[in-house]
Design a binder for this molecule. Sequence first.
Ligand SMILES: Cc1cc2nc3c(=O)[nH]c(=O)nc-3n(C[C@H](O)[C@H](O)[C@H](O)COP(=O)(O)O)c2cc1C
Length: 194
Amino acid sequence: MSTVAVVYHSGYGHTAAVAKAVARGAAGVDGVEAQLVSVADIDKHWDDLKDADAIIFGTPTYMGGVSAQFKAFMDASAKVWFVQGWKDKLAAGFTHSGSQNGDKFNTVTQLFTFAMQHGMLWTGLGLMPGNNTSKGGVNDINRLGGFSGLLTQSNNDQGAEAIPASDLKTAELLGARVAATARRLVQEREAVAA
Ligand SMILES: Cc1cc2nc3c(=O)[nH]c(=O)nc-3n(C[C@H](O)[C@H](O)[C@H](O)COP(=O)(O)O)c2cc1C
């Protein structure tokens, strides 16, 4: 069994809905267990993160970067950093925001840099961009065209129910990609150890 943890912050429920979709996608891969961890409960879950094969980080974009609550989690992880406790685990990232662009790439870059400081192995989205031809539209998978991480968006005056189905499907695909890769890595390590 491989484990994928999805660690997220969400102020108003949007990023939480995306996190659930990422976890759903991961759990759909045979032999993979997914665990959702809100940074609000992080103190109960440091051991779970230590045991996970992959950690996917999710945060809303606030003021062009990760939320303060997510940054507090990042800073608290310095204790893990000192011992490189997450070294060689898979990592990936996602962010949700109100604007189509909203400077989300800066947030993904912060998540990437964080994972690199921890010696993790970054997994990009691995999907071709949608919604960028005359035949495409907002129902396309990866409609916001992210590569380095998952980008999702919904209007500031609506709740999580307004998140497009295409974004949630893209989130499931990120979860599934990380889970399948984690499974393969674990199997390879087990084969080498046998
Ligand atoms: C403090 C604050 C800062 C924000 N900054 C941005 C921003 O830089 N770019 C953007 O597109 N949206 C921004 N937004 C909108 C949020 O990204 C958006 O409402 C998102 O859905 C919130 O996700 P959550 O419900 O998981 O907290 C901001 C919202 C707040 C409350």
